[in-house]
Design a protein around this ligand. Structure first.
Ligand SMILES: Cc1cc2nc3c(=O)[nH]c(=O)nc-3n(C[C@H](O)[C@H](O)[C@H](O)COP(=O)(O)OP(=O)(O)OC[C@H]3O[C@@H](n4cnc5c(N)ncnc54)[C@H](O)[C@@H]3O)c2cc1C
Length: 320
């Protein structure tokens, strides 16, 4: 077979014209998979239960502020992801300039930490341009989708996917994370002028970051701090109402950032029941024509979730 023959054979093998594919979830993995399959001529429909895009790459509009309460920033290490982000978002992507410090106050290495000017969930929205996405459409009867679609690709965290198909939800364990967001009166308070975030592996205050370092996000005259609690603490307090989380950790925040207690304004809590995995997993067994893709294949990071979806859809022939 000559080169032209080989290329047309490969195209025939990977062309998905006429295939109807449902993707459950408009997070980074679902959007990446949908794009890769659409580029092979499949007809792809994404079903998303929430109002917005992005899943755990989430942004909240709160008290005049735009706050990332899920993924805080993303990396652009892989050329394919970088290219897709630059194409989709243009100049809306910015780099975090100030450092992250550890418990000992040492500055952590930085290969580039990026955020979307309008909120990190907008990264997902921009990447989904041109795709058919049905928001506020939770899939409740997943097997019924197989009557309408040739394949169903599930990108909800495994315990949610497993429930949809009556499978063992404990096959992949996800670690929970409690989040608390604090607003203080005044700009540039305490250590927020010289540090973007503190990360700790040995204290419950696993992550605490100042959102003011994402320009245009925080209303004038306020300092906003996002905090993620570590695994042990999150498991211990998981079933408490989220509104109680800030009061559990407020003193630590004020000590860590050297904030004046009198400047405290208000706070909110958020429960991430299925926040992240601790290591990559192989795909569990699923019914024919059903597939599972997501950050569980690689690492719980925005870039890895996108790569998981992109690579899976580029490799998988879905010819049956
Ligand atoms: C608190 C927190 C902090 C993080 N910080 C960072 C960070 O700083 N940097 C970084 O790179 N990564 C971070 N991550 C990890 C990153 O956000 C995730 O790895 C990534 O967003 C996962 O993408 P995904 O597409 O695999 O899954 P998800 O984002 O979970 O997407 C799944 C989608 O499926 C939808 N869905 C679920 N069930 C249904 C249903 N029945 N019907 C329809 N839709 C459904 C969900 O609404 C969701 O939109 C963080 C995560 C959390 C929780």
């Amino acid at each position: 077979m000559d080169l032209a023959g080989l290329l047309s054979f490969l195209f025939f093998m990977t062309d998905l014209t006429g295939k109807r594919i449902a993707v459950i979830g408009a997070g980074l993995a679902g959007i990446a998979a949908a794009h890769a399959l659409t580029s092979r001529n499949a007809h792809v429909t994404i079903f998303e239960k929430s109002r917005g895009y992005g899943g755990r790459c989430a942004t909240k509009r709160w008290q005049g502020h735009v706050v990332d309460h899920g993924a805080q920033y993303f990396t652009l290490r892989d050329e394919r992801f970088k290219h897709a982000v630059q194409q989709a978002c243009g100049d809306a992507i910015h780099r975090l300039e100030l450092p992250i410090r550890d418990e000992e106050n040492r500055i952590l290495g930085d290969t580039g930490r990026w955020f979307h000017r309008d909120g990190n969930s907008r990264l997902a929205r921009d990447l989904a341009k041109g795709l058919e996405v049905r928001t506020e459409t939770p899939v409740e009867d997943a097997p019924a989708l197989l009557q309408e679609f040739d394949h169903v690709i599930c990108t909800a965290p495994w315990p949610q996917t497993a429930k949809l198909w009556g499978l063992d939800e404990h096959e992949i364990d996800y670690i929970p994370c409690l989040a608390a967001v604090f607003a203080y009166r005044g700009d540039g308070l305490g250590r927020t002028q010289e540090t973007y975030a503190f990360r700790s592996r040995s204290t419950p205050l696993a992550w605490t970051a100042c959102e003011n370092h994402k320009p245009g996000r925080i209303a004038a005259g306020s300092t906003v701090i996002v905090t993620h609690l570590g695994e042990a603490f999150s498991r211990e307090h998981l079933e408490r109402p989220p509104a109680e989380y800030p009061s559990l950790v407020r003193t630590w925040i004020e000590d860590r950032w050297e904030l004046p207690k009198t400047a405290y304004d208000l706070a909110l809590g958020h429960r991430w029941r299925l926040a992240r995995i601790d290591s990559a997993h192989p795909s569990p067994c699923l019914p024919p024509r059903v597939h599972f893709v997501g950050d569980a294949f690689k690492a719980s990071r925005v870039e890895d979730a996108w790569l998981a979806g992109h690579e899976w859809a580029a490799k998988n022939h879905l010819m049956d």
